[in-house]
Ligand binder design. Structure first.
Ligand code: ADP
Ligand code: MG
Length: 729
């Protein structure tokens, strides 16, 4: 049994069972918690790596871990993935035959099975409870735990009975996991599972590798096809609102030479499952679907998620986009937006109760603001989930890559705050705008608000412009929403300070989705990242992976995931040991699938006269080059440097030295995401200018220069890396 404190042992277990070299985010803390027998509640965005939080403890603890998971159709897939690592996992659901169940039960009682996936429906059966009572159970994991809550987006009545079922198995530690961000659902889950005392681990909802973009819904089919041509061969999901649209778009894509399959609840179950499997198995690249598709799909290499129609809520949008880039590599999230879609969605609600209609309207309004806003998309999404993102430029959304023109918004924000204050912070957006613009309606009359000093002060601007200002005042935290009264806006501390002593504030104009913006489209392309691996070998490895997968009747990513193939195409491993050292591989996979891959790499290396690490240097430096690749990958993923340093047990200094070496050996690194966080634009420009005009890039010379006395050595080094990457490489 592992001692919870022993850091290296846990890491060694991670490598041994899953081939990964380090934990992501707070996986390690979560794992220690469940290992020590505590009830654990994990809230992590999609793709962050929740599964590992119970899979690794299952391998470490004695006994069988039970994993409750809602989707029978995907259980086999999850079990296949574990089996590929050489892990003994099985599933129990209604698809098994009698004799299969008998065999399974025997294996469980004998203690060879480490993980058992069950649907709540199956767990509820008396015969299954009876047999599980005879098995030593290590703990219970409840995946997709939001299914418990009626407030969640995927309520399953069976999930509400889970607590009772677990109770019959004894007093077992429970780990519940979900990607749902809303506090209401979180509370509901804890209450229902009677685990209010559980340790809660909430991760940041920032998905750094995702790129967010909103485009006007004009000539959408043309735009879509152009987009798909740029991403030919990649895997992606296209969400449409209606079944009819799903069919139409799937057909359009096939006619245009893409391989796409439809998915919606109206399809025959056999067809639906086949289409889903074809997508997982890379038989088709694109799945065109209603929101019925997605939950529980663990396909790690989805490279884009397109919303052909506007989604109903930001929460839904966030979950759906979250399905791209799970492996930490590229994930493009593109939404086509039109006002008309909002009207359509609103019409769907016409038969609902007044309260439901009002709730749905508020959700749609958030969607509208998000789409039309000029503010960083990431910042808006995180703000919606109560998380503040303070970086000036995220570098990975349309509004940051192509910033909207800015204007001096100091006076406008002042007027908005005055309006809220003078009406005693008791009103919402539309009333405030009426007061500001001097529009005399019933409310203005009955409250006598036409007497206020601020009344009519902003009469020359349109309603939409004031909406935009208020929205930005909220996101930049001068205003906040009242918790108890929906829609009511109040000043924050920051807002009060600003009114007392105004400082310049820059705002940007909203996107205008009503006029033609065709010309702008060309410039909305995202800058392409240079590849740091051998693309030719990568493609060959991918082809081989597909053949092997087909032969074994498994999805390709179960064999090796893309990041592992990229690493192989960088380090050219030709021995079993070198291959096992690749992140995400491990000896289990080498034994199962390694042979053909090693042969392919060996042949490629011979044919192309490539010197592999093993030939030229001694073993220890192989590890060094591995660290470099790790660093490059992490930086591509925009992981904070502190986090990278920590996961490799390096000091910040040492990490910078590694990064400098990478740069000097000719690899471009884009550290903007980090530098923007620690250095303001002004400072950046000054240091950059220094290097531009200096004759040497020597650090000593830079530190000795009188112009640079304000900067720390770290800052100089970071900027030197930026400079070298942009100019030297
Ligand atoms: P979630 O359930 O939170 O949506 P998953 O558990 O499906 O996410 O994991 C997403 C991806 O991250 C998977 O492809 C998995 O292989 C990968 N992953 C998880 N943990 C790690 C890790 N420590 N290092 C590298 N990759 C990881
Ligand atoms: Mg999951």
């Amino acid at each position: 049994m592992i001692v919870a404190e022993d850091k290296d042992v846990l890491k060694a277990k991670l490598k041994e069972h899953f081939g990964y070299t380090s934990f992501r985010g707070n996986q390690e803390t979560v794992i220690r918690n469940i290992l020590s027998g505590r009830n654990t509640f994990v809230i992590m965005p999609t793709g962050a790596g929740k599964s590992l939080c119970y899979q690794l403890p299952a391998m470490i603890k004695d006994g069988l871990a039970i994993v409750i998971s809602p989707l029978i159709a995907l259980m086999k897939n999850q079990v296949d993935q574990l089996n590929a690592y050489g892990i003994h996992a099985r599933f129990l659901n209604s698809t098994l035959s009698k004799s299969e169940i008998t065999r399974l039960k025997k294996d469980c009682v004998n203690g060879v099975v480490k993980l058992l996936y069950v649907a709540p429906e199956s767990l509820n059966k008396e015969e299954n409870i009876e047999f599980l009572q005879k098995v030593t159970i290590s703990f219970v994991a409840i995946d997709e735990a939001h299914c418990i809550s009626e407030w969640g987006h995927d309520f399953r009545p069976e999930y509400r009975k889970i607590k009772g079922m677990i109770g019959q198995l004894g007093d077992l530690p429970v780990i519940a996991l979900t990607a749902t961000a809303t506090p209401k659902v979180q509370l509901d889950i804890q209450k229902n599972l009677q685990m209010e005392e559980a340790d809660v681990f909430i991760s940041s909802f920032n998905r750094k590798n995702l790129y967010y973009e909103v485009r006007p819904k004009k000539e959408t089919k043309k735009q879509l096809i152009r987009f798909l041509k740029e991403h030919k061969g990649k895997s992606g999901i296209i969400y449409c609102l209606s079944r009819k649209k799903v069919e139409e778009i799937a057909q359009l894509l096939n006619v245009n030479g893409f391989s796409a399959a439809p998915y919606h609840a109206g399809l025959d179950p056999d067809v639906r499952i086949k289409n889903q499997d074809d997508f997982l198995n890379e038989e088709v690249n694109i799945i065109v679907a209603t929101i019925a598709f997605g939950m529980g799909i663990d396909k790690p290499d989805v490279r884009f998620v397109v919303h052909y129609d506007v989604p109903k809520s930001l929460e839904g949008y966030y979950q759906e986009t979250g399905r791209s880039g799970r492996d930490g590599l590229e994930g493009i999230c593109l939404m086509f937006y039109s006002h008309n879609d909002l009207n359509k969605l609103e019409k769907f609600n016409k038969d609902k109760s007044v309260q439901e209609r009002e709730n749905a309207r508020v959700l749609l309004q958030e969607m509208e603001f998000y789409a039309e806003s000029p503010v960083c998309r990431r910042r808006q999404l995180l703000h919606y989930f109560g998380e503040e993102f303070t970086q000036a430029n995220c570098g990975s959304c349309d509004n940051c890559v192509h910033p909207r023109e800015r204007y001096d918004g100091t006076e406008a924000v002042k007027i908005v705050l005055e309006a809220a204050l003078q009406t005693n912070e008791r009103f919402g957006l539309s009333h405030l705008i009426n007061v500001i613009r001097g529009t005399e309606d019933e409310y203005v009359k009955s409250y006598g608000h036409f007497d206020l000093p601020v009344y009519g002060k902003g009469g020359n601007e349109e309603i939409d412009q004031w909406k935009s200002v208020i929205r930005q005042a909220l996101i930049y935290q001068y205003l906040e929403k009242d918790i108890d009264n929906i829609g009511v806006l109040k000043l924050t501390e920051k807002g009060k300070k600003f009114l007392a002593k105004p400082h310049p504030i820059e705002l940007a104009r909203d996107h205008d989705f009503t006029t033609a913006i065709e010309d702008e489209e060309v410039s909305t392309e995202r800058p392409a990242a240079a590849k740091s691996y051998d693309e030719k070998l990568f493609e060959m490895l991918k082809t081989l992976r597909k053949q092997v997968a087909k032969h074994k009747d498994l999805p390709p990513y179960v064999i090796f995931q893309d990041p592992s193939l990229e690493e192989m195409a960088t380090t050219y491993p030709t021995t079993q040991e070198d291959l096992a050292a690749v992140n995400g591989v491990g000896m289990g996979k080498v034994k199962k699938f390694g042979k053909e891959f090693l042969e392919l790499i060996q042949k490629y290396v011979d044919d192309n006269d490539i010197e592999t690490a093993t030939e030229v240097v001694v073993k220890s430096s192989v590890n060094k080059s591995k660290i470099k690749i790790f660093i490059i990958q992490q930086i591509d993923r925009k992981v904070d440097l502190e986090e990278i340093a920590e996961s490799k047990s390096l000091t910040f200094e040492e990490l910078l030295t590694e990064i400098e070496n990478i740069c000097y050996s000719g690899t471009k690194l884009n550290l903007d995401y980090y530098i923007d966080e620690v250095l303001d634009e002004n400072k950046q420009n000054q240091i950059f200018d220094y290097f531009l005009n200096s004759e040497t890039d020597s650090l000593e010379a830079a530190m000795a220069d009188a112009n640079n006395t304000d900067y720390s050595e770290e800052e100089m080094r970071l900027m030197r890396i930026k400079f070298l990457s942009e100019y030297a490489n």
